[in-house]
Design a protein around this ligand. Sequence first.
Ligand SMILES: Cc1cc2nc3c(=O)[nH]c(=O)nc-3n(C[C@H](O)[C@H](O)[C@H](O)COP(=O)(O)OP(=O)(O)OC[C@H]3O[C@@H](n4cnc5c(N)ncnc54)[C@H](O)[C@@H]3O)c2cc1C
Length: 397
Amino acid sequence: MAKNDASTANHLHRQDQTLSRSSSSLPPQARVTVAIIGAGPAGIGMARVLHDLAIPDVRIFERRSVGASFKLWPGTTHFITPSFPSNAFGLTDLNAVSFDSSPAHVLRREHMTGAEYAVYLEEAVDAFRLDVTTGTDIFGLDPVGTDIILHTSQGEIRARFVIWAAGQFQYPNMALPGSKHGIHSSQIRLWSEYPGSEVIVVGGYESGIDAAIGLATAGKSVTLLSRSAPWESEDGDPGVALSPLTCQRLNMALQQKRPIKLVRDADIIRIERRGEQVVLHAADGRVWTTQSFPVLATGFIGSASLIGHWLEKDSEGRAVLTGHDESTILSGLFLVGPEVCHQGHRLSFIYEFRQRFAVVGHAIAGRLGIDTAPLDRYRARNMFLDEADCCAHESVC
Ligand SMILES: Cc1cc2nc3c(=O)[nH]c(=O)nc-3n(C[C@H](O)[C@H](O)[C@H](O)COP(=O)(O)OP(=O)(O)OC[C@H]3O[C@@H](n4cnc5c(N)ncnc54)[C@H](O)[C@@H]3O)c2cc1C
């Protein structure tokens, strides 16, 4: 591998670390009623519900800036779920964090980029008058009496309730042995700047296919190695099959004879460096070699790993939560966002996990003796999904 390539990868890694250490002034108060960790769609949507309930002293603590994960997406990556300003007819824009806002309306876009969506989130923070403290990195938490202490880059912050909304994107899964010889897809900002003319991508779901299309469009020849073949799946669950937009983009790229080779049944179990080459080993003994960094679209371990000992896990390592998404180990700690799982189904998409904000709000308001009537509007607008109704995928044709 060329030396330039190595320094490019290091630069990409370093850039991410530097950003994550940036900090601003101390939070002006060290105790709040509710601390929400993360100013992404989960944290902002959740804060909006608590605001509607008139819960006092709610603050979002964010390590970087509002919508930070979206600002880190590759510039050419777009939302796969479409946005449409259909709220007035009871069909809330799929990417909205509340029933009365719409990214399509704000941005005049159907499939926005990450940077565009961050603008919508910033507007939502202003419109809902939410309290966000940026530059505060949360490292962990501990109970103290009936409160929870947050250990942060700005010192300790005490909260009666903590809502963990720190997402997945900034916590890549690098568990594959030899991952250090590749670069995770979430750490690439521009496909065209990726070094080398031939690239191996590991992983065939949304991120892997997006990487393959982005790289091939930038003139690189791509071999995509995947354990299964999501591009052939006819499953009706968008968490299993590729989204219609991705199928459409992939088909178009293949029709245009973009150099993308899709390899199924390639279960990569180890990556090693041999001199100038990186070698990828599959479980069945096949090997692939490359002179560039393999792109690892291998998913995320998620931010809940930071507070893992306060969350009970099921046999597949997913957080076990109460019926209102609270930790079964630490009272007062709630989880919202794509790491919430019910009946074996992860609520990966915004239109899925936003329906649990009101459930968490209901539990907190109940404990504080605050009237939950404002949540009637959430039920009426399909934004209050009880566990029992969760997650059925019905599709007749
Ligand atoms: C390429 C790509 C395309 C996608 N397309 C879609 C789509 O079309 N539709 C859809 O519904 N979903 C899509 N998703 C998934 C969607 O982006 C996530 O589900 C969503 O961002 C989760 O929101 P969140 O608020 O939980 O996490 P994030 O958006 O990651 O927000 C978490 C926030 O917490 C902050 N944070 C993290 N750790 C800490 C800490 N320790 N202390 C303080 N702050 C912290 C981060 O800086 C960040 O601002 C896509 C994801 C990717 C990667």
